[in-house]
Unconditional design. Structure first.
Length: 140
């Protein structure tokens, strides 16, 4: 079995975030519950914007599993609505917006325990053939 060193979701990356996503069939979205420690600090007591973008990108990327494709991020737009606090229970949810050929448009939101949306994103993902693109990088 191939190891997963992805910074956001890889269980084999000791320094990664190890985000775990589940699919909520009833609500037709992927969900991940998480809490951010001080190593993700941006403004005092709050998360760095790059980490917020990483979480949203990862969440949107999971949506492509519904179509059984590997699709890479082409564009991502992040709206930082409210500061994302450290050491609080948070969740990110993601869903499909539309698919046209190889282009997959997805969206995601980071939400606090009160249900307030703290950050929202929309992303364009392009389906690829991973064997062609990454074959020389895969561990044998």
């Amino acid at each position: 079995m191939q190891k997963n060193y992805c910074f956001a979701c890889g269980k084999n990356n000791d320094e990664g975030m190890r985000l775990k996503f589940t699919y909520d069939e009833e609500r037709d979205c992927f969900v991940c519950r998480f809490r951010l420690g001080k190593r993700f600090t941006g403004p005092p007591g709050h998360c760095h914007g790059g980490i917020i973008a990483t979480i949203l990108d990862e969440a949107m990327g999971k949506v492509n599993k519904l179509r059984h494709v590997i699709a890479l991020t082409s564009q991502i737009t992040v709206h930082y609505l409210k500061p994302v606090p450290l050491n609080k229970s948070l969740r990110v949810e993601s869903r499909e917006v539309r698919v046209r050929g190889r282009k997959h448009v997805n969206m995601a939101e980071i939400v606090n325990q009160k249900g307030e949306v703290l950050a929202r994103s929309r992303g364009l993902f392009v389906a690829i053939d991973p064997k062609k693109m990454f074959a020389k990088f895969v561990e044998k």
